[in-house]
Ligand binder design. Structure first.
Ligand code: K1U
Ligand code: ZN
Length: 171
């Protein structure tokens, strides 16, 4: 299997709101396979389907450390149903904004309901990097990028740098 290209800022498709999955069929299972292939190849710890150009509400994730066994996770139609008052700050990165990292403050814990690959309703309470990564990926499903949580000055700087790079690559 060949990893799919990951969309890079300022690709407009990254700003699209993704559609809910109506039926978990062979097409969705193939999409999930392609997403894991692309995520592990990048490498990354999470991926939203829109990052490979598919506007569907599907997320893959694997937070296992290098020395640990793989722990592939799939979230279909995820919804945040509760967030803690407590906040946590993590240095985030994004495969669609390569080599740029910055601190983002988000709720420290979240409760998310979603469908698994068998179409079964699930609920998880996440904290630590799991909570951050879930919120980062759910943001992607809504066309939101982690730089949107930074100051306008920082966001504009990043956007300018990536817009210039895209223009240079196009000639
Ligand atoms: O959504 C994405 O673009 C994936 C992103 C997820 C993420 C990272 C950090 C905080 C929140 C969300 C990444 O995977 S960036 C790459 C990365 O963090 C990483 C890559 C290899 C090993 C360990 C981490
Ligand atoms: Zn991202």
């Amino acid at each position: 299997m060949v990893p799919r290209d990951i969309l890079i800022l300022p690709d407009k498709r990254l700003r699209q709101v993704s559609d809910p999955v109506k039926k978990i069929d062979a097409g969705i299972r193939k999409l999930v396979e392609d997403m894991f292939e692309s995520m592990y190849d990048a490498p990354g710890i999470g991926l939203a389907a829109i990052q490979i150009g598919v506007p569907k509400r599907v997320i893959t994730m694997d937070l296992a450390k290098k020395e640990e066994a793989k722990n592939p996770l799939v979230f279909i139609n995820p919804e945040v149903v509760w967030t803690s008052e407590e906040k946590a700050t993590y240095e985030e990165g994004c495969l669609s904004i390569p080599e740029y990292y910055d601190d983002v403050e988000r709720p420290a814990q979240v409760k998310v309901k979603y469908l698994d690959l068998e179409g079964k309703r699930q609920e998880v309470v996440a904290n630590g990097l799991f909570a951050t990564c879930l919120q980062h990926e759910i943001d992607h499903l809504n066309g939101v990028l982690f730089i949107d949580h930074l100051s306008k000055l920082k966001r504009d700087r990043v956007l300018k740098k990536f817009t210039k790079a895209a223009k240079r690559a196009a000639v």
